[in-house]
Design a protein around this ligand. Structure first.
Ligand SMILES: [Zn+2]
Length: 149
């Protein structure tokens, strides 16, 4: 069964049956052009690649970088105060470690940031590999992919 994802990062139930016009989670219009959300005022969300226990993985375009396609992994920390600070620190270390790895199976990390209790890891979008791993159901037409390199 295919799913139509709501791109609203705050949406509680982003998975919708494909025949829905309005999101059952947030009530937003699911049409291809009406949803415009970005992270950090820089990464325009173009699709949802997957969803896990700790967050979602998005396909996005880097507006500061010629709309370069990228993958954003969002992790939501379920803690506050000192524990949240600690996890921010751990996240930062993880991101740096991941960047040092430069493993061929892991798309290079080129940015990371945190906002509130959410952490974001920005990786290069590698077409093919990522598509094999997750079913891609974007709400926009696939256009800028020829600008990958
Ligand atoms: Zn929604």
């Amino acid at each position: 069964m295919s799913i139509l994802y709501c791109l609203n990062p705050e949406c509680s139930h982003p998975q919708n049956p494909t025949h829905y016009s309005y999101c059952q989670g947030c009530g937003g219009n699911l049409s291809q052009t009406s949803q415009s959300y970005s992270f950090h005022s820089r990464y325009l969300i173009v699709g949802v690649l997957g969803e896990g226990a700790f967050g979602r993985t998005y396909q996005a375009e880097d507006l500061n970088f010629n709309r370069k396609p990228c993958v954003i992994k969002k992790f939501i920390a379920q803690m506050q105060g000192a524990a949240l600070e600690k996890s921010q620190e751990l996240f930062q270390r993880e991101a740096e470690k991941l960047d040092e790895l430069k493993h061929e199976q892991i798309p290079p990390v080129y940015d990371y940031f945190s906002e509130g209790n959410s952490f974001y890891l920005v990786q290069e979008f590698i077409e093919g590999e990522t598509l094999l791993q997750y079913p891609v159901v974007g709400l926009r037409h696939e256009t800028q992919h020829n600008q990958l390199f």
